[in-house]
Write a new protein. Structure first.
Length: 101
């Protein structure tokens, strides 16, 4: 039962990591109209960060570490994809210029 609950805490940490990253992307996505949408953007970031902190506060110690591992593993996975996206965008840009010539 403890292993199952630790797995659930790990998955919860990964899920909340996804939501926090999505909330942080809200500022970039809505930058064109940030003056009108900043309360929504800030609110989303605050809500998801509060969910992370509340989860950490409510979980007991072995589940806290599983939660943090899930959060960190997904965050590192996401950050590891950023260089690959840069390579893909660069390749697509290069392919597009070759087609236009």
């Amino acid at each position: 039962m403890t292993l199952l609950l630790q797995l659930a805490a790990f998955v919860l940490g990964a899920y909340l990591s996804i939501r926090v990253i999505a909330a942080l992307h809200g500022a970039v996505d809505l930058w064109y109209d940030i003056r009108a949408t900043y309360p929504r953007v800030i609110g989303a970031i605050v809500v998801w960060e509060a969910m992370v902190l509340a989860s950490l506060w409510l979980l007991e110690l072995p589940y806290q570490s599983a939660f943090l591992w899930g959060f960190a593993v997904y965050l590192l996975f996401y950050l590891s994809l950023l260089p690959l996206v840069g390579l893909y965008v660069g390749r697509m840009r290069h392919t597009r210029t070759l087609r236009n010539e």
